[in-house]
Write a protein that binds this ligand. Sequence first.
Ligand SMILES: Nc1ncnc2c1ncn2[C@@H]1O[C@H](COP(=O)(O)OP(=O)(O)OP(=O)(O)O)[C@@H](O)[C@H]1O
Ligand SMILES: [Mg+2]
Length: 258
Amino acid sequence: MTDTLPVLEINGLHKAYGDLEVIKGVDIKAHKGDVVSLIGSSGSGKSTILRCCNLLEDSQQGEILFKGEPVKWKGTGLNRVPADPKQVLRIRTNLSMVFQQFNLWSHMTILQNVMEAPVTVLGRDKHEVEMKAREYLDKVGIGDKCDVYPAQLSGGQQQRAAIARGLCMEPEALLFDEPTSALDPELEQEVIKVIKSLAAEGRTMLIVTHDMKMAADISSHVVFLHQGLIEEEGAPEHLFKAPKSDRLKQFLSSTVSA
Ligand SMILES: Nc1ncnc2c1ncn2[C@@H]1O[C@H](COP(=O)(O)OP(=O)(O)OP(=O)(O)O)[C@@H](O)[C@H]1O
Ligand SMILES: [Mg+2]
């Protein structure tokens, strides 16, 4: 199951916003089929790490490797930026991101939303993409919503459309940033079900979540972040049942009672 080279690897990642250092040397690896969850309190750097991984944010130090291929940089420190736009596009289109707020285009139907990037960014054949898009919309349980606009869907349906959009890129990995936290509890469940089915299929995923139950159920590895550093990490059965650090113990007790 596990290929030798991770799909995604970050080593010694540092990221600052001006003088504020928010990621202070973080290493994370996701091999094919791994589901890595990032947990931690608000402001600990979870979203920033995801955004650095797919190069939506620049970082100042450390390596980011996609299937063993290091991102090429030019400049150093606060001036460090990716050197090769083609490489950035290739990596970014292989790491589909699903956001908390869905980010669907309101003026496009659900089908058009799902088809947009594979056709315009990847230049894939429109008819083939349409077939795939319908397949993925079926898979997430909203195959009957192809021709409606996002505003006509519930939050849970919109998020499932956003997941279908991510899948339609046929990426190497999916990155989720709190995919259920904008949803009411009953709508949350339908999205969790889809994410669980993707995990069961062996998709590689990095998931930022506040849902400890989902993280415990589907993760192969859990990373607990505290103030821009990994405080503790491990298999979910160890991390959740026998946390070592006091900070993690405190975090878990506050989220369980929340
Ligand atoms: N664009 C920005 N400019 C300046 N500081 C930022 C920016 N984005 C994030 N930060 C800061 O970086 C730190 C990490 O933020 P990040 O959004 O990664 O946290 P998080 O763990 O995802 O939190 P949450 O659980 O609230 O989503 C925080 O201190 C935040 O204020
Ligand atoms: Mg966040």
